[in-house]
Design a protein around this ligand. Structure first.
Ligand SMILES: [Cu+2]
Length: 150
């Protein structure tokens, strides 16, 4: 399932395939944001996981459409991620946000279950981590990777 979405996202990057792809897959990441033409990535948060579709996108302006499927409140942070373990705060329940405060392309404050919000970010090529940093949520599994190509 996951590889099918990744393939679909890749096909959407090329010219005339965009329309066919959008029709075939509906919520394909190649579909354009009506306001600015940036590709839209569907991000679904729930207790306790995050799904990102597609998980690959071209560098540049990207719109994250973030749905909180609940049942808890969730926030979203986007940070560059080179892999490996991320440092915890002294409380032991969250990641230490002071370490990536200046490199964070974007974030959303906690939102109610059932809500859908949009976050516009400009992403350089690389790997990114999307996660919720409310107490215990990252450790419980609320993170997902997004790969941004050149
Ligand atoms: Cu959360």
């Amino acid at each position: 399932m996951r590889s099918r979405w990744i393939q679909g996202g890749r096909r959407c990057l090329f010219g005339s395939a965009v329309l066919a792809c959008a029709i075939a897959l509906g919520s394909c990441g190649g579909s354009s944001d009506s306001s600015g033409g940036a590709p839209v990535i569907q991000v679904t948060e729930r207790d306790f996981r995050i799904d990102v579709s597609p998980a690959h996108v071209a560098a540049g302006d990207v719109t994250l459409q973030v749905r909180n499927a609940g049942p808890d409140r969730h926030e979203l942070l986007v940070i560059p991620y080179a892999g490996g373990r991320l440092p915890l705060s002294p409380d032991g329940l969250t990641l230490d946000e002071t370490l990536f405060k200046n490199s964070e392309p974007g974030s959303l404050e906690p939102a109610q279950p059932g809500s859908t919000r949009r976050l516009s970010v400009r992403l350089a090529p690389g790997h990114y981590l999307l996660f919720c940093n409310m107490e215990g949520h990252f450790m419980a599994g609320m993170s997902a990777q997004l790969v941004v190509g050149p």
